[in-house]
Structures are given as structure tokens and as C-alpha cells.
Design a protein. Structure first.
Length: 198
């Protein structure tokens, strides 16, 4: 799988987004660079796709797969369906629940089988969660120093309204499928749809 080794802060600045939205855990002291030349319509569309891929840590092949799934969904708008599918990835849900400091750490926790879904260990970060699923730290790891440090770092982080989290027991559940107004990712999904529709 292709790995982008460009520094997170450099990528976030070049895309014009705050690092906080990427789930990287880093804060930028510099402002995003100002656009010095007029960007074409294609350039704007491509940038929005790159922003979405960067925020959720998804590569091109996988991202296109999500777009194809969103296009085939019978209900909803394609762009909003795309963002919803990305939000419902297990690694993103773990991050949103505050069980990981960053999305990258959430992917690592899932890959190392430290997270369970409905009582079963899942080691696939892209696993698609559903309404009613219970996500929990594996019982044998709940008392580990790592998760105590994570809770200390994520204390005070806003929990999305579509999630219910019990930090004392390191678990949570999905109350509903998130709607577009509940997704704070700074992406114009309409441009992404236009790009793939060409």
C-alpha cells in the first residue's frame, strides 16, 4: 500500500486545513499559505478530495471504493453518503469516542486487536460500524497505563451526539448514523462528486 511520508503539518498547511481536523493531535502555529494564483475548477475539486483522504487517512483506491459505495446507496445524497461512510470506519469511531488521541493511533489500536465490536475483536481499521454497535477496549487491556494516558489526553474532547461514550468503562455505542451537519470535517463533498463524475 502506498504511504505518504510528507510531514502532517506540511500537508495540512498546503491543503489549507487546521491540523485538528485531521485527528493528528498536532497544532499548527503557522497560518495556511495564501493562494497566490487562480486555481482551476479541476484544481479545487482535486484539493477537496485530497483533504478528505488526508483527514481520514485513506489512500486513493480505498477512497474510490467508498465513493462507488456511496453512489449506489438508494437514499441520501452521494457526497453526504461518502462522508458518512468515512465517519463510520472503526478507526474513526474509536478516535471520535476519545479512546485514541489521533486517528493514526486509533488505527494502530484496532490493528493490534485492542478494540472489540459487540464483544468480538476486530483488527480491520476500515471495518464498517453500524447503528447499535458497541465499541469497547479489550477487557484485558482496560487497566493498562496506555489507556489511562489516552483518557487523560482526550479528557474534555467533545463527543459527537451520534455516539454514547462511557469513559469509565472504556466503551461506547453508536446511537445513530451521523448526518452531514454532525460531521465537522472541513470538506466540500460536492466538488468530490463533480470530480468523480467527469
Amino acid at each position: 500500500m502506498a504511504i505518504n511520508r510528507q510531514p502532517v503539518m506540511k500537508r495540512s498547511r498546503s491543503l489549507g486545513i487546521e491540523a485538528a481536523f485531521t485527528g493528528s493531535g498536532k497544532k499548527s502555529k503557522k497560518k495556511p499559505p495564501m493562494m497566490r494564483k487562480k486555481v482551476s475548477e479541476y484544481g479545487l475539486q482535486l484539493k477537496e478530495k485530497q483533504k478528505a483522504k488526508f483527514c481520514y487517512g485513506v489512500q486513493e483506491k480505498q477512497f474510490k471504493g467508498y465513493f462507488n459505495r456511496a453512489s449506489k446507496m438508494r437514499q441520501g445524497i452521494v457526497g453526504e453518503n461518502l462522508l458518512t461512510l468515512l465517519e463510520m470506519r472503526l478507526d474513526n469511531v474509536v478516535y471520535r469516542m476519545g479512546l485514541a488521541r489521533t486517528r493514526m493511533e486509533a488505527r494502530q489500536l484496532v490493528s493490534h486487536k485492542l478494540i472489540t465490536v459487540n464483544g468480538k475483536k476486530v483488527n480491520i481499521p476500515s471495518f464498517h460500524t453500524r447503528m447499535g454497535d458497541v465499541i469497547e477496549v479489550a477487557p484485558a487491556r482496560k487497566d493498562s497505563v496506555r489507556f489511562k494516558d489516552i483518557l487523560a489526553a482526550t479528557d474534555g474532547r467533545r463527543v459527537e451526539s451520534w455516539l454514547d461514550v462511557d469513559t469509565n468503562n472504556l466503551k461506547g455505542s453508536i446511537l445513530a448514523t451521523p448526518t452531514r451537519d454532525q460531521i465537522d470535517t472541513p470538506v466540500n463533498e460536492t466538488f468530490i462528486v463533480e470530480l468523480y463524475s467527469k
